[in-house]
Design a protein around this ligand. Structure first.
Ligand code: ADP
Ligand code: 5GP
Length: 211
């Protein structure tokens, strides 16, 4: 009997390091499944359709929503972002944990859905706002206008920190990665996530009885 997969939600203000940490977790545990979101934003240099995002125009995105194919969706920085439902359901049935890089609105929708009890949510903070800005700039992917827009939204994103199960400060990447692994290891060991436990205890009791 396999356990049901977990839904591991990572949120943070843009530039705090979610994608970097998600990639490290995926490299550490190849059984993790990354939830590839759909978005109407334009691809950044190096981003591949179907790998980083499903890049769609507004009409195609809205058709997915209308068909009920999205687990959650939200407007972020003027673009639509959403999580396709079927890969998540498939992973849960296979007992694979899914990693989400989504904003607080998406986190809230999934937490409040019927899948809420399988969610582990983690909020990632930057060590300082100055660091956040220099990371956004250092990424070298966005125009000054986009960076300014993201910085302007970061305070309201951070205001949702208390809705998350865990909060970590991504100052040193290796430390933050270790903290994420610790969370994952512990969450996987929760009593209600070990489906073979009742049988195991029954067998221990049989051993007692046979003494
Ligand atoms: P997000 O996905 O949250 O928008 P990214 O993972 O793209 O953020 O990170 C933004 C930039 O900051 C990237 O250039 C990344 O390499 C860098 N970065 C991430 N974590 C750290 C860290 N702990 N220390 C220094 N730079 C970091
Ligand atoms: P970016 O454009 O930097 O890739 O992402 C911008 C923001 O959108 C980030 O906060 C990211 O977590 C969020 N985001 C990405 N995919 C989704 C999604 O499927 N749903 C929601 N609600 N937010 C998403």
């Amino acid at each position: 009997m396999t356990r049901k997969g977990l839904l591991i939600i990572l949120s943070s203000p843009s530039g705090a390091g979610k994608s970097t940490l998600a990639k490290r977790l995926m490299a550490w545990d190849p059984t993790l499944k990354f939830s590839v979101s759909a978005t109407t934003r334009a691809p950044r240099a190096g981003e591949q359709d179907g790998h980083d995002y499903f890049f769609r125009d507004r009409a195609a995105f809205e058709a997915m929503v209308a068909a009920g194919d999205m687990l959650e969706h939200a407007e972020v920085f003027g673009n639509l972002y959403g999580t396709p439902k079927s890969p998540v359901e498939a992973a849960m049935h296979e007992g694979r944990d899914t990693l989400f890089d989504i904003d607080w609105q998406g986190g809230q929708q999934i937490r409040n859905s019927s899948l809420g009890k399988d969610v582990v949510s983690i909020f990632i903070l930057p060590p300082s706002i100055a660091d956040l800005e220099s990371r956004l700039r250092g990424r070298g992917q966005d125009t000054e206008e986009i960076i300014a827009g993201r910085m302007a939204k970061s305070q309201s994103e951070i205001s949702h920190w208390a809705e998350y199960d865990y909060v970590l400060v991504n100052e040193d990447l290796d430390t933050a990665e270790d903290e994420l692994k610790t969370i994952l290891r512990a969450e996987r060991m929760r009593r209600d996530r070990q489906p073979g436990l009742t049988d195991f205890i029954r067998n221990l009791n049989k051993e007692f009885d046979a003494r």
